[in-house]
Write a protein that binds this ligand. Structure first.
Ligand code: M6R
Length: 624
């Protein structure tokens, strides 16, 4: 799971590759490297362990001069992060260089065979078989050699390949791993995603599986693996060149949290404009008859997208009255689910490239389910394999911790569930109207919540040194508790558990003590009274509580506070309050999410953590 870029043209290639790699660090950042065809016709390589900044420093001391280059940022799968294992990998004669994203499944067998044929390997990676295979087949035509090499491979890959004998050429090829080719004037690019080259061009070819691109400064030839030409429409990247910059924010995560009001507008635009009008969902690709005959909905995803799926399950069942379940994508195939006729599988993913999610999609498709995806990145692998796609319209999300994608995934699922309910006649006109009006208010609610950031920051300052946290919710806000805890642990490294408040007495209550804060989600709704009871139980055990409640709620601030208690006992003080605008319970996970994102962000910042690139994580997990 890595990022690749390449440049061929007339400018200094290393600079452009480094700038592109900066936008791909979300894919991995344990080591990085770059290869340039130098003016003397040799391949020059620089590789480092660590983040891209370390590679940048090395290049300042030892610059690479040349106008053809490939670069890589790595998230280790085969072989630990080391200079030897980092990319680009070279052929024995050092004249062919390869960068790779993906996993070569039969690399061991290929390596044994190549070693027997006299090739010498220096790394533990699966990738290294590729330069040796290309070297084996190379007879002066780089593209032909890459085609032959790819025919030997099993697994997933996007490769960029250059050869010192062909300084005016670069070859790129993919199977199951993302790859785009950027179109310039007298210069061209390759990248794992469009964001990496958006500053250079807004025109790209999106490469499909088993397609190959031969790039020269003035031309691009797309072919299949038998070298038959392919005609592809130019895709125009729909966001501005600066969309992937921090725009004055300290971190991408902070910027993305603040982009939510605008992104919500974009998500609603053209779909829902008036509570009295029907919802229009382009890309849904389902007839009214299909929607009416649905027997089951299975939602599947990983991580944050799964938490959005849990909310989706709730609203789908509640509004559209279709039996619904939500599965972790990595677990779905393992339980070999029974798929009934007229089952819809809703696949949720920000990147559209998550390997576990893609595998779950294929399994459900094979079993006969129709696939509807809820995605952010346009034209991703999941998009291509789905029957219908509804985009969440969040714009690029760079921070590893998913924020705006989460609220927009829920917003999109709400639109889908409401549309289904409308078509199936399972919700009253009054309920539909109320919920549509609430969704139309969401951008404004998000704006108000962001204005309250300083209040959340003050709460963060009180609790950021605590080692443990329990996030409790019930009903539709159980996923909110899970997502709040996920945000907290992944960027602040505070151990946080998201739990059903109803389950608290069956185990987690043992954790309650002054150094463990409890986040209690207690907005108005069916489960409000029960949440009050839970807060009382926590306070009675000296646990500090932060509560999320509706503006104007006077009960929760003092719930469980014991006037007789030792005033030095912090847990006997009134609860810390996060106030949210009151909304119908069925849409409340959207408003609840925003302050929980801010709390995690500020606690992580106060602890001095690497917020946009937390340890051991990568933005897009393209390995199972
Ligand atoms: O790109 P996807 O939405 O498919 O990614 C799924 C998860 O890997 C992702 O949500 C992950 O859990 C985030 N780091 C959470 O912030």
């Amino acid at each position: 799971m890595c990022g690749i870029v390449g440049y061929i043209g007339f400018r200094q290639a290393a600079d452009i590759c480094i700038a592109g790699l900066r936008h791909l660090e979300y894919r991995g950042y344990d080591s990085a490297g770059i290869a340039v065809i130098a003016e003397d016709g040799q391949l020059d390589v620089r590789k480092v362990v660590g983040k891209l900044a370390v590679l940048g420093e090395l290049l300042e001391q030892q610059p690479l001069i040349g106008s053809t280059s490939i670069g890589h940022t790595r998230w280790a799968t085969h072989g630990k992060p080391s200079v030897q294992n980092s990319h680009p990998h070279l052929s024995c004669d050092g004249r062919i260089a390869v960068v790779h994203n993906g996993i070569i499944e039969n690399y061991q067998e290929l390596r044994t065979q190549l070693e027997a044929e006299g090739h010498t390997f220096i790394s533990q990676t699966d990738t290294e078989v590729m330069p040796h295979l290309v070297e084996k087949y190379y007879e002066g035509d780089l593209r032909a050699a890459v085609c032959q090499a790819v025919a030997d491979l099993q697994g997933a890959f996007a490769f960029g390949v250059i050869c010192a004998d062909n300084p005016g050429q670069m070859v790129a090829v993919r199977r199951f791993s993302p790859l785009v080719v950027g179109i310039g004037e007298g210069e061209n690019y390759i990248a794992s995603d469009m964001g990496a080259i958006r500053k250079e061009t807004d025109k790209v070819y999106v490469i499909a599986d088993d397609e190959l691109a031969l790039l020269m400064p003035d031309s691009i030839e797309l072919t299949d693996l038998d070298l038959n030409p392919i005609q592809r429409e130019v895709f125009v990247i729909p966001w501005p060149a600066d969309a992937a910059e921090k725009a004055g924010h300290k971190h991408f995560m902070h910027k993305e949290i603040h982009e939510q009001p605008e992104a919500m507008h974009a998500c609603l635009a053209g779909r829902l404009s008036d509570p009295d009008k029907s919802i229009v969902l382009e890309g849904l690709n389902m007839t009214e008859a299909e929607i009416k005959s649905l027997r089951k909905v299975v939602l599947t995803a990983c991580g944050t997208a799964y938490n959005a799926g849990l909310v989706g399950r709730f609203i789908m069942e509640n509004l559209a009255r279709v039996p619904s379940e939500a599965d972790l994508a990595a677990e779905l195939r393992a339980r070999d689910p029974v798929v009934l006729d007229n089952t819809l599988c809703i696949v949720i993913s920000q990147s559209g490239e998550t390997a576990d999610t893609l595998v779950a999609l294929r399994d459900m498709q094979e079993k006969g389910a129709k696939i509807l995806s809820v995605l952010n990145v346009v034209d991703s692998s999941i998009a291509r394999e789905s029957d219908g796609v509804v985009y969440i319209q969040a714009g690029p999300e760079i921070g590893v911790a998913s924020t705006k994608a989460y609220t927009l995934q829920i917003l999109t699922l709400e639109l889908i569930a409401l549309h289904f309910a409308e078509v199936r006649g399972t919700a009253s006109a009054e309920q539909l109207r109320e919920l549509k009006a609430a969704l139309l208010q969401m951008p404004e609610h998000a704006r108000v919540l962001l204005e309250r950031e300083e209040d959340v920051k003050a709460i963060a300052a009180k609790h950021y040194e605590k080692p443990n946290a329990l996030y409790l919710g019930r009903g539709i806000n159980l996923p909110s508790a899970m997502e709040g805890a996920l945000k907290m642990k992944e960027i602040s490294y505070i151990h946080a558990e998201g739990y059903s408040a109803g389950e608290m007495k069956h185990g987690p209550i043992a954790l309650i003590e002054p150094s463990c804060f409890t986040m209690a989600i207690a907005v108005a709704g069916e489960v409000y009274d029960k949440m009050i009871g839970n807060i009382m139980e926590i306070k009675a055990r000296s646990g500090p509580v932060i509560a999320v409640a509706d503006d104007g709620d006077e009960q929760i601030p003092v719930t469980g506070v014991d006037a007789e208690a030792d005033p030095d006992d912090v847990a006997s003080q009134p609860n810390d309050m996060i106030w949210v605008p009151p909304v119908p319970e069925l849409v409340s996970p959207i408003t609840v999410a925003i302050p929980l994102q801010l709390l995690a962000y500020h606690m992580a910042d106060m602890r001095g953590e690497h917020i946009d690139q937390p340890r051991n994580l990568a933005k897009t997990v393209t390995v199972e």
